[in-house]
Design a protein around this ligand. Sequence first.
Ligand code: FES
Ligand code: ZN
Ligand code: ZN
Length: 324
Amino acid sequence: MKCRVCRQPAIIDIRRHNANFCSEHFLRLCRDQTAKAIEDFSMLEPGDRVLVAVSGGKDSLALWDLLIELGYEADGFYVGLGIGGYSDRSGETVRAFADQRGLRLHQVDMRTDYDTDIPTAAKATRRVPCSACGLSKRHLFDKAALDGGYDAVATGHNLDDEAAVLFGNTLRWQTEYLARQSPVLPARDGFPRKIKPLVRLGEREMAAYCVVRGIDYIVEECPMAVGNKHLGYKEALNEIESRSPGSKHDFYFGFLARASQRFADAAPAAGGLIGDGTPDPGIITGHCQNCGSPSTSEVCAFCRLIERSAGARPVTVTPKGRPL
Ligand code: FES
Ligand code: ZN
Ligand code: ZN
């Protein structure tokens, strides 16, 4: 197996490109694909300040590394969600990454700063954990970006993630989500711009990127996300991709180029979507009385979540994600 560019021994084959790459040219491919996504979708201008939402997983750490390599001023933002040992380990991983590279990392810890955590807030508000989590992360990312004067919030969603979300939204013809599924959401209503610069790279490439770059990342998935339907959609798409390489890319980019505009009328005038399937916050009518964030009601959904769960008896999580 030889590198397509230099004919030296290759370390990875990428079937949808019908090519193999050595480590040097694989890293170059990842940088080029990220730069192309940024340019094609006008995600960033030179000199923009970016806040990268980091979880400790491969995608977000690779994204932070790639943005720095591409010359952007990119700082990290980490939310301690209080999901048992998973959160402890992800926090340590993110802090080690930032320390080793001398990068600036902003942190919020739900337990320390808001006297609650995701398992406890989910139980107190009878939400599924991923919904409480998506709502909290969206609020805290927006707030951190606005407070810090950042031009955009970048998240590590890759091609596999976006194709799986599109697959789920298409299966149910959720037209309002289809209308808003884009790798860039412009700033509006007091929300910062949201960008997904990894949409041209797959999950397997991001794991390989971390290995080649010596990035330590947390391999375990969030235990609360066990049984998440997106995992099923990913498996289905992987099956299709293995028979027909390039299908995920064609499905997602074909949708963006030829179909997404057709759903424009279904888009509610609303704030931001992180892109993980979290419902968007609805029509912004004013500001939260409590925290000042753009909101659909007098008190924003995040402040209501905190009000209802702060000080409640903490819910402990087993490694398999079941509350004790
Ligand atoms: Fe949000 Fe798991 S990371 S519920
Ligand atoms: Zn090469
Ligand atoms: Zn609020």
